[in-house]
Design a protein around this ligand. Structure first.
Ligand SMILES: [Zn+2]
Length: 297
């Protein structure tokens, strides 16, 4: 409706027109949204547990499925989640109730392993999708009153009975690279999937600072004291929903006494006698590589 036209109208017809316009606009908006959701191209993050569906390309590489419709059959009542990314690309995620058989076109690959075959941005978005699906499965009922939760936004659910709001919870853990002269402390935790050695790590406890957590974890796991605790960097760790925060520290005293239930080995290693190291996707490896670079200069 143009301004000139609206000036000519009586108040009644103006109201009629405005109401009609609002009606038509909202109808059109609904139609447009429906059409958009039907036709918009999306990256699809389809998971069976922690395995991600990837498309096999002719040149032997893998890629995320991309298209207007889900790449594989979705059973009725499957919730499709919108996953927002920094780039603003359209991303959708859902879980499969059963694994799919590998076909000429698709294969399920572990999320960790997908790091090796996807661009980093896609691996990170897959991690976020995995965390949202994990959160969705584990927040079906209100923890205060037991009522089924309703999803209100892509990362918010609300209880229709008591109004409690829930968001995906993140478990914060620290990693610490402890330096002693020309060596660093590396440990093998019993829960590691493999023989590699890595940095001392542990979960942040209620009421402590990250630095206090670093000092406590090193003390508890190895019996050592540390000083000069400084921040290094952090990394989302979607296994299933964590944030790893890395620190560098210096040995301050004590003899290595391993916490037997958690660690099977632990010692100081010089750069020329390093054991098997964690894979490149981890912050721990990035920190060890940083130290190797520094000690090379
Ligand atoms: Zn409730």
């Amino acid at each position: 409706m143009t301004t000139t036209l609206s000036k000519r109208l009586t108040l009644t017809s103006l109201f009629y027109c405005i109401n009609k316009t609002v009606f038509i606009t909202s109808q059109f908006e609904e139609y447009r949204k429906k059409k958009m959701s039907q036709t918009a191209q999306s990256w699809w993050f389809v998971f069976y547990k922690d395995e991600l569906l990837l498309e096999k390309k002719e040149n032997g590489t893998f890629a995320l499925p991309y298209g207007e419709i889900p790449p594989v059959f979705m059973i009725e009542k499957t919730t499709v989640h919108d996953v927002t990314t920094l780039e603003g690309s359209n991303c959708k995620a859902f879980s499969l109730a059963r694994p799919i058989e590998e076909s000429a076109k698709y294969v399920l690959v572990g999320l960790r392993a997908s790091y090796e075959c996807l661009p980093v941005a896609h691996y990170q978005a897959a991690g976020k999708a995995h965390e949202i699906l994990h959160w969705d499965r584990n927040s079906r009922f209100c923890s205060a009153c037991g009522t089924p939760m309703e999803q209100k936004e892509s990362i918010m659910k609300k209880c229709p009975n008591c109004g409690r709001e829930v968001y995906p919870a993140i478990s914060t853990a620290i990693l610490v690279l402890v330096r002693k002269g020309d060596s660093i402390l590396l440990v093998h935790a019993r829960n590691f999937k493999g023989r590699f050695n890595s940095l001392v790590a542990g979960f942040l406890e209620t009421g402590e600072t990250l630095e206090e957590c670093v000092a406590r974890e090193v003390k508890e796991e190895t019996g050592l004291d540390v000083k000069n605790i400084t921040y290094f960097g952090n990394q989302p760790w979607p296994y299933p929903s964590g944030l790893m925060v890395g620190f560098i520290a210096d040995y301050a005293g004590g003899e290595i006494t391993l916490q037997d239930e958690e660690l099977s080995s632990g010692d100081f290693y010089t750069r020329d006698h390093l054991p098997e190291l964690p894979r490149k996707l981890s912050l721990a490896r990035k920190m060890i590589d940083w130290w190797l670079d520094c000690s090379n200069k």
